[in-house]
Design a protein around this ligand. Structure first.
Ligand SMILES: [Zn+2]
Ligand SMILES: [Zn+2]
Ligand SMILES: [Zn+2]
Length: 138
């Protein structure tokens, strides 16, 4: 039986390896964007031996093929998540580190202003919010 992760790798012309499958599955299962340390830890929990260099190499391959995206959350490191078709932003709790996806994007007006006033055509944008989550505010 061929599973979805395997299909995704093959659709991108990538050879199916244990490491690639592991990293892909971990990112798919996670609700939060993960850093390299998280990925290695998850692999270890599943008794998959993988070194950081391999994880970086796999992540770079996935980035190149647009399977995942990386974001920097003012932590001095990148976090990675599956690139889903829905454009979204993040709300990051600066106390507990919880990261939530924000599905609605309110930047259309700003982009319109940029093209109208500065003749600047926006291709993409990034926007992350930092603050305290409901739990940490109490
Ligand atoms: Zn919090
Ligand atoms: Zn996200
Ligand atoms: Zn947006």
């Amino acid at each position: 039986m061929i599973n979805k992760s395997e299909k995704l790798l093959k659709a991108n012309g990538l050879k199916v390896t244990k490491g690639r499958m592991a990293v892909l599955n971990i990112l798919k299962r996670s609700v939060n964007p993960l850093d390299v340390g998280d990925i290695i830890r998850f692999c270890r929990n599943e008794i998959i031996r993988i070194d950081p260099v391999t994880v970086y190499r796999i992540l770079n391959t996935f980035l190149k093929h647009n399977i995942i995206q990386k974001t920097e959350f003012n932590e001095g490191k990148f976090r990675y998540e599956i690139k889903n078709t829905t454009h979204h932003h993040h709300a990051v709790c600066t106390k507990c580190g919880r990261i939530k996806d924000i599905r609605n994007c309110g930047t259309k007006k700003m982009e319109q202003t940029l093209i109208n006033k500065m003749s600047f055509l926006v291709h993409s944008h990034r926007l992350e919010f930092f603050g305290l989550c409901a739990k940490c505010r109490n």
